[in-house]
Design a protein around this ligand. Structure first.
Ligand SMILES: N[C@@H](CCC(=O)N[C@@H](CS)C(=O)NCC(=O)O)C(=O)O
Length: 202
């Protein structure tokens, strides 16, 4: 298997953490989809990373599909619970964490446009999603050690990757002060090898 990914993408990081947690070998092909020489559209018509090239030449995207595939390929350690209620809760967390990362990436890109073309209304709308999303996750987490139930899951991975992306792109946000539960979770996740090995480069 090969994973086409950029090193700063929170979605690609989620897949890389899952691969490592499961002990699955996969060649990493770094490709920045914004560069003129990107090969990503050859594998994903949407031009987005991550893309997984399977050994039978199938291409898989997006990150949620890839993670579901990896869970099938190697069910242990189990990152998505088998029980329906817990499974839905994990998928919901993943959707929320990915949504916050999406809003953050949108703000990052909007702020890179020439100042005269930027929409402050659009940026505020996305920042609102980030704030409300973080608040919902922090409230849901409460004092538990993990996002869903009593064990580490894909929900923690998705959340950790989104928080890592906020640290990278929005250090001024100060989310740790406002959301201490998430800060505690991020500190615990940072101790895992899979997280430490995939910290996005500054
Ligand atoms: N929902 C997708 C989101 C992927 C995504 O937005 N990737 C960004 C990098 S963080 C990208 O490749 N953007 C390039 C583009 O939009 O053209 C997933 O989970 O894989």
């Amino acid at each position: 298997m090969k994973l086409i990914a950029s090193l700063t993408s929170p979605f690609a990081r989620k897949v890389r953490v899952v691969l490592q947690e499961k002990g699955l070998a996969c060649e990493l092909v770094v490709d920045i989809p914004w560069n003129a020489d990107t090969t990503v559209p050859q594998f994903n018509p949407l031009g987005k990373v991550p893309v997984l090239l399977c050994d039978d030449n199938t291409t898989l995207f997006d990150s949620r599909v890839i993670v579901e595939y990896l869970e099938e390929v190697k069910p242990w350690p189990m990152l998505v619970p088998a029980e329906a209620g817990a499974r839905l809760a994990v998928k919901r967390w993943e959707a929320l964490a990915d949504g916050v990362a999406d809003a953050a990436a949108t703000v990052f890109l909007e702020r890179k446009r020439p100042a005269a073309q930027q929409s402050t209304e659009w940026i505020e709308r996305q920042l609102g999603k980030i704030r409300l999303g973080l608040r919902a996750m922090n409230d849901d987490l409460g004092t538990r050690a993990f996002c869903v139930g009593a064990s580490f899951s894909l929900a923690d991975i998705a959340t950790g990757c989104t928080l890592g992306y906020l640290d990278l792109r929005f250090p001024e946000l100060g989310w740790r002060n406002e959301f201490p539960g998430l800060a505690r979770l991020a500190d615990v996740l940072a101790l895992r090898t899979a997280f430490a090995d995939t910290v996005p480069p500054a």
